[in-house]
Ligand binder design. Structure first.
Ligand SMILES: [Zn+2]
Length: 180
């Protein structure tokens, strides 16, 4: 019995060591990239999301065909850049900086939808982090939100715009989705 306990403790320590190695590696990468959007806590989230249940990805073209079903909500988690760049018509804005505090509001805003698609500028850090946080929030919540799929838009808003998909420039919050 004692050796089993010892063995599992060694395993835990090994995993913790591995995790901190991975973190150091990512933080090294962080130094060479834009620090304004790639915050340390986002990175930690990303590492954990890679280790736990994954959130699926969807391409811009697939999202266009899915969105016709009307049960899909697009959640833009970019921060201040949404105000001076365009956005996907009909998308909700829940900035990553205040995302955690607004989780209950997001559930209310997307009631009746079964699929939520998250994105930021590139969907590399903030988008997946917020999708993961939302997924965890739903798992812990006792109420059934009716949300079946949590996805991330591949290549984010920038990829969406570059691939020629329609964008909206309105200042409405939330975007009514009637403009293009
Ligand atoms: Zn709009």
């Amino acid at each position: 019995m004692a050796h089993i306990v010892l063995e599992s403790r060694i395993k835990c320590e090994f995993l913790e060591e591995k995790e901190s190695e991975i973190l150091q590696k990512y933080l090294g990468l962080l130094g060479s990239q834009s620090k304004s959007v790639r915050r340390e806590e986002d990175l930690i989230w990303r590492i954990h999301s890679g280790m736990a249940r994954s959130v699926s990805y969807v391409s811009a073209a697939k999202l266009v065909s899915m969105a016709r079903g009307n049960r899909v909500a697009v959640i833009d988690v970019r921060d201040e850049e949404r105000s001076y760049q365009a956005h996907i018509a009909g998308s909700h804005h829940f900035a990553s900086g205040s995302f955690a505090a607004r989780l209950p509001e997001l559930v209310q805003a997307t009631s009746g939808k079964d699929t939520l698609v998250f994105h930021c500028a590139l969907s590399q850090v903030r988008g997946p982090s917020c999708a993961r946080m939302f997924s965890d929030y739903l798992s812990e919540s006792k109420e059934d939100s009716g949300i079946k799929n949590i996805m991330v838009l591949e290549r984010g808003f920038n990829g969406w715009e570059i691939s020629g998909q329609p964008v909206c420039h309105c200042k409405d919050a939330p975007c009514k989705g009637t403009c293009s």
